[in-house]
Design a protein around this ligand. Structure first.
Ligand code: SF4
Ligand code: SF4
Length: 266
């Protein structure tokens, strides 16, 4: 099967399989892995744990389950957000709804880098992982199981992500999600990712044309500077491949990225 033009379909298949897996089969599996009396949370859950109970530092060797998302993000950036996160999948189901423009005040991608430390500080003072009590990923993972019983209180944790989705695509992922912020921070040093081949790109030589890629991008990761430097925001790109599908000249490539992070690629 030809890849270009079909990434969207492949991604939907992976997202739905992941959603079903985490809701029905591995209930809570995305949030917590228990080993005897030890509990290992998701990557942001562990960060909160370190702040809530500094003794966690002593069990760092047990954090092998954190190593997987950390290494995965260092290689592929925020691919988790684009391909596996059950909240992202639910939000993508709303991708074609008409938007109401109320998000302007909220709309700064740096907000998530304030929200994440705020919850870490909260965990320190409250002595428990404070974000986990409102985490919509946890809400989905705990919302049902093979028993088929739906838990409305857990599903209700999706209210904020879905509510602000009415304003902008992936607004939760772009502006507020502390898990996304943690992965975005790691993505600064990611090894692979999408970039623009400025030789092939029409926008570079014909300033007013094309830009199908930035119109398709749900996270605004492709900016005007991308057409000059070839760089796409490392922190905002979720590797969804929609730009790759839409580019008529094959200028979008998934490739090795330079080690040095360009200031405008953040
Ligand atoms: S869709 Fe392709 S050719 Fe068009 S602006 Fe984007 S990278 Fe350039
Ligand atoms: S730059 Fe491309 S792969 Fe990255 S989020 Fe935007 S559309 Fe998806």
């Amino acid at each position: 099967m030809k890849l270009r033009g079909n990434v969207r379909n492949i991604r939907w298949a992976v997202q739905i399989a992941s959603l079903v897996f985490f809701i029905l089969i591995a209930t809570a599996g995305l949030c917590v892995v228990t080993m005897g009396s030890f509990r290992v949370d998701c990557v942001f859950g562990v960060l909160q744990g370190v702040f809530a109970q500094p003794v966690w530092v002593l069990v760092l060797p047990l954090l092998i389950f954190v190593a997987l998302p950390v290494i995965g993000t260092l290689i592929l950036g925020r691919a988790f957000c684009g391909w596996l996160c059950p909240v992202g999948t639910v939000l993508d189901a709303f991708s074609r709804i008409p938007r109401v423009n109320f998000i302007k005040m909220l709309g700064n991608p740096l907000n998530k880098f304030v929200v994440a430390p705020a919850f870490l500080i909260g965990s320190f003072f409250l002595k428990y992982p404070s974000f986990c009590t409102v985490c919509p990923i946890k809400g989905i993972c705990y919302s049902a199981g093979l028993s088929g019983v739906i838990k409305p209180a857990e599903l209700a944790l999706l209210a904020v992500p879905i509510g602000i989705e009415l304003g902008e695509k992936r607004a939760w992922c772009r502006y507020l999600c502390p898990v996304g912020a943690t992965l975005a921070f790691l993505s600064l040093k990611k090894f692979l990712g999408f970039k623009v081949d400025t030789e092939k790109c029409l926008a570079g030589s014909h300033a007013q044309v094309c830009r199908f890629c930035s119109k398709a991008c749900p996270t605004n990761a492709i900016t005007e500077s991308s057409y000059k430097t070839g760089e796409i925001s490392r922190t905002e790109c979720i590797a969804c491949g929609q730009c790759y599908d839409k580019c008529p000249t094959g200028a979008l490539k998934f490739d090795k990225l330079p080690l040095a992070v360009h200031a405008r690629s953040n």
